[in-house]
Design a protein around this ligand. Structure first.
Ligand code: MTE
Length: 300
């Protein structure tokens, strides 16, 4: 498949893998006001006890496994990710169940390096492996009448203990406008730091939309639907005042309960450089045209 996106970030921009892995300690430490790494070197890897993979990917949001930050790491191993198929339906010429391995065989999975942010307002650069969502939609023959794409996470109460409680309205759903979905920065990620995505981060494939807040990045996707109406999204359903459909990173539009004007940079030491949040997470040249003429305080 043709790739339309040109990477401008380099390896030097990428958050050190140990930093990514250790974000739980970083954030916990920062919250408690403990200074660790300080100035540049040594890295966290040197200043923190090394952790095994189980332990270090233990600060996640994946409510199907529980609402605690360490619940996903404790429970996500229960999720069976093989075999996996994605139902692609709605306004497409070739609807059906697409086997994950078949999708992978047809896609060029390359390394994309994105700045990545989550709702807790920290910033980092993570190298995702994946393919453009546009390529998958073209494979299914998305029709011109489609104006939005909706996404759904797998719902398996037997494997996902958090779904036995109504923390959110299950299944987790998300949506993008068609031009957002077709944008070359919008990817389906299948790997991270050159490895398969851990279950708690959304195996075997999850959405990544780098100019939007982290909660738009729906995990463990099993259904993708092309539609002509704006689809519901989980956080908007849960709290429409706080979470809009677009959820673009925007320093000028505060969350009702906190400012989004600055963010802590993971990898800059604990006392840590805060940097001004960049409009569209720094992707302004790439995506601002999508929202030309829109009142982003209204469409947040
Ligand atoms: N996807 C599903 N299915 N369930 C969730 O609870 N949480 C979202 C998003 N995707 C979530 C989800 C939120 S709030 C964030 S911040 C990101 O996943 C976190 O992704 P990470 O754990 O890889 O950092």
């Amino acid at each position: 498949m043709a790739h339309r996106w040109k990477n401008t970030l380099t390896d030097r921009d990428v958050t050190d893998e140990a930093g990514w892995l250790n974000r739980r300690q970083i954030i916990a430490g920062a919250g408690a006001g403990i200074g660790l790494a300080g100035l540049g070197q040594p890295t966290w890897a040197a200043t923190l006890e090394p952790n095994d993979w189980e332990d270090i990917t233990s600060y996640n949001n994946y409510y199907e496994f529980g609402t605690g930050k360490d619940d996903p790491a404790r429970h996500a191993h229960m999720l069976t990710t093989q075999p996996w198929s994605v139902q692609i339906d709605g306004l497409v010429d070739r609807p059906g169940a697409y086997d994950f391995e078949d999708i992978m065989a047809r896609m060029t999975v390359e390394e994309r390096i994105y700045r990545f942010r989550c709702v807790e307002a920290w910033a980092m650069v993570v190298p995702w492996n994946g393919f453009e969502l546009a390529d998958l939609l073209e494979m299914a023959g998305v029709r011109p009448a489609a104006r939005y794409i909706s996404f759904e996470t797998v719902l398996r109460p037997d494997e996902m203990p958090g779904t036995r409680y109504p923390a959110l309205d299950w299944p987790y759903v998300e949506g993008l406008r068609m031009d957002e979905a077709m944008h070359p920065l919008t990817i389906m990620a299948t790997g991270i730091y050159g490895r398969d995505i851990p279950n708690q981060n959304g195996a075997p494939l999850r959405l990544v939309v780098p100019w939007k807040y982290g909660f738009k990045s729906i995990k463990s996707v099993v259904r993708i639907t092309a539609t002509d109406t704006q689809p519901p999204t989980s956080w908007n359903k849960a709290n429409a005042r706080e979470y809009g459909f677009y959820s673009n990173v925007n320093p000028e539009v505060d969350h009702p309960r906190w400012s989004q004007a600055s963010e802590r940079v993971i990898g800059s030491g604990l006392f840590a450089r805060r940097q001004d949040t960049l409009m569209f997470n720094g992707y302004i040249d790439d995506v601002a045209p999508l929202y030309a003429g829109m009142d982003l305080t209204k469409f947040f």
